[in-house]
Design a protein around this ligand. Structure first.
Ligand code: ASP
Ligand code: MG
Length: 420
């Protein structure tokens, strides 16, 4: 028997009408002869409302009590959805995380799942019932309610799908899939039919708004096919899975961008062992994450330039730290720029095709966009450019790699760039 885990996020269960609509979707799946375990979030805005309530009592409430409070949001939804299913003649049974049980560690507000007991759910499925599980929550060894962190219902769904060896984990959300890039920047961005786990992780700056990256990693680890789709539009969404042999890989799957970057350059540092560590060690000690790093080849005078990027929020602090180190090192100067962005071209097709980088640089160069830094991985090429060129750059790349959708949105393009 085919089994799907279907997860519905906050907007999909925002009110009773929408919960009834979710019940219709679940019922339709059951009518196809598919077993269903449903995972739901709290009704949209509910978790935030509960957080505000707690904070009106204490700015930093006790983490155990906070989790007990927040878990109520999902408990409301499982009961209402089970009633809506019942009304449709579709027998259902609700489970809190503790009732499954979904066993976690005791790290309140960021608990990690350790074990899921599937016996109770299996018995319900065998008896022809839909199982409705509260996302985002679990129970620790001592019986305390735990939560998995904001957006954690996605992870609950994937974990349940892995434990039950479900055929698919379907994440219903308010967008109908993963797009080639942000449609607000490129109106002709199009929905991807399929994408690999690896690509989804590399596109995280686009994907993070759609589903928890932690859930994608989890799904990859247990090889759970993930489908992102909308509860408001009727289309198959985007399937995230491993590459399979007959999968026609587009050369490029998508273009991600990140506005939150800032760049620092230490000019004229002595080209000696241990210099990179001296500069970045102080930054790491301050718990600041470094993204791209470039060191140029030393000049004849034995001095080199060292450039790296950090999150824009960490810019001022990093600048201070680097100024201190560079004074000690006798570097010439430190320069910073927090008006930069990172554009990334992502695609597993890159592995087997040469010339992607030059096509990328050509597309940007033709628009007069200067590339300030470059980094590559097996399936990604990232460049740093000036912030003012972000939209222009993304659009240029989107066209250059044939990602633009046909004029009429009705005409789904198969896979524009496929070529062998
Ligand atoms: N209700 C929780 C939140 O708002 C969990 C979730 O929606 O995934 O973060
Ligand atoms: Mg969510």
């Amino acid at each position: 028997m085919t089994l799907y885990v279907q997860k519905f996020g906050g907007t999909s269960v925002a009110n009773v009408e929408r919960i009834e609509h979710v019940a219709d979707i679940v019922k339709a799946t059951r009518e196809k002869g598919i077993d269903v375990v449903v995972v739901v979030s709290a009704m949209s805005g509910e978790t935030n409302r509960l957080i505000d309530l707690a904070r009106s009592i204490q700015p930093r409430p006790n983490p155990r009590e906070m989790d007990t409070l927040l878990a109520t949001g999902e408990q409301v939804t499982i009961a209402l959805l089970s009633m809506a299913l019942d009304k449709r003649g579709c027998p259902a049974r609700s489970y809190t995380g503790g009732q499954v049980p979904i066993r976690t560690d005791s790290a309140h507000s960021k608990a990690r799942i350790e074990h899921i007991d599937d016996a109770g759910m299996r018995a319900d499925l065998t008896a022809g019932r839909v199982v409705v599980v509260a996302g985002f929550q679990g129970v620790d060894e001592g019986g305390s309610i735990t939560t998995l962190g904001r957006g954690g219902s996605d992870t609950s769904a994937v974990a349940l799908a892995a434990a039950l060896k479900a055929d698919e984990c379907q994440i219903y959300t308010d967008v109908d899939g993963v797009y080639t890039t942000d449609p607000r920047v490129v109106p002709r961005a199009r929905r991807l039919e399929r994408i690999t786990f690896e690509e989804m992780l590399e596109l995280s700056s686009l994907g993070a708004k759609i589903l928890q990256i932690r859930a994608v990693e989890f799904a990859g680890k247990y090889n759970v096919p993930l489908r992102v789709l909308s509860s408001f539009v009727d289309n198959p969404g985007t399937l995230i899975s491993y590459e399979d042999v007959d999968m026609e890989n587009a050369l490029i799957s998508g273009i991600a961008f990140n506005r939150d970057e800032a760049q620092l350059t230490v000019a004229g540092v002595p080209d000696q062992p241990g210099i990179a560590q001296r500069i970045l060690g102080a930054v790491a000690d301050a718990n600041i994450e470094v993204d791209m790093i470039v060191q140029n080849v030393a000049r004849e005078d034995g001095k080199a330039d060292f450039t790296f990027t950090v999150h824009r929020n960490d810019f001022e602090r990093t600048l201070e730290l680097v100024r201190e180190t560079s004074a000690k090192l006798g570097a010439w100067k430190v320069e910073g720029n927090d008006h930069i962005v990172k554009l990334s071209l992502v695609g597993v097709g890159m592995r087997s095709h040469a010339g992607i980088a030059s096509r990328m640089f050509d597309a940007l160069g033709s628009e007069g966009i200067n590339i300030m830094m470059i980094s590559t991985s097996e399936i990604k090429i990232s460049v740093v450019i000036e912030e003012k060129y972000l939209e222009l750059g993304v659009r240029a790349l989107h066209s250059a790699f044939g990602l633009d959708a046909a004029e009429s949105p009705a005409a789904e393009m198969p896979s524009a760039t496929v070529s062998e």
